[in-house]
Ligand binder design. Sequence first.
Ligand code: ADE
Length: 238
Amino acid sequence: MWKANIITAYPEMFPGVLGHSIIGKALNENIWSLDTISLHDFGYNDRNSIDDSPFGGGPGMVIRPDVVERAVMSVIDNKESKIPLVYMTPSGKALKQEDLVNFSQKKGILLLCGRFEGIDTRVIENLGFEQISIGDYVLTGGEVAAQVLVEGCVRLLPEVLGHSKSVLEESFSDNLLEYPQYTRPKVWVDKNGKENHVPDILISGHHEKIKKWRKNKSVEVTKKFRPDLLKGSKKVKI
Ligand code: ADE
């Protein structure tokens, strides 16, 4: 069973969003499992402190390497199969869909959530952590980022989403954003009395034409919002 091991100063933040909807249902059905490890259980004094002031000065506190090492070893000691060790930090490599695919194919993952000014870099290097960011913005800690990563992995597990075709067709699997979707009513009269129509082609029942229209729309949306994706795309053919 795929297992997420989360090391955090705030274990009460979990399962958070991971306890709801499809991901939460899969958790209850033991399709995946979650173990939350509190850094304070591995603190360095009788108050179980985990941090200290940064060498060189500056604001805030830094999580100590000895505390992190003890917490990590409590998870990976005695395990035959290696799992990826990932430190969630805004200074890391940008998380991509292909990373989620890779992680979801392993036995599980260990995620280390930073807080304060960060974690002493020696333990990150020493234990061989990958450093991953979920975007170019700074959160107050890695917990939300860890939930993003875990949610992205769990939905890729074969038993989680019934129709795997929807996973294959979705955004990013071919470097294109998704085409727009429509549902009933066919004509939606909005609050200003304006009629908003569903594109005729989608009601035509002509599957080949619909496929082509959707592909065109995907390219159009990608050009508009994420032209950078098209540069790396090998599969854009209409
Ligand atoms: N911790 C704080 N900000 C983060 C980000 N953008 N990605 C991952 N972890 C973080």
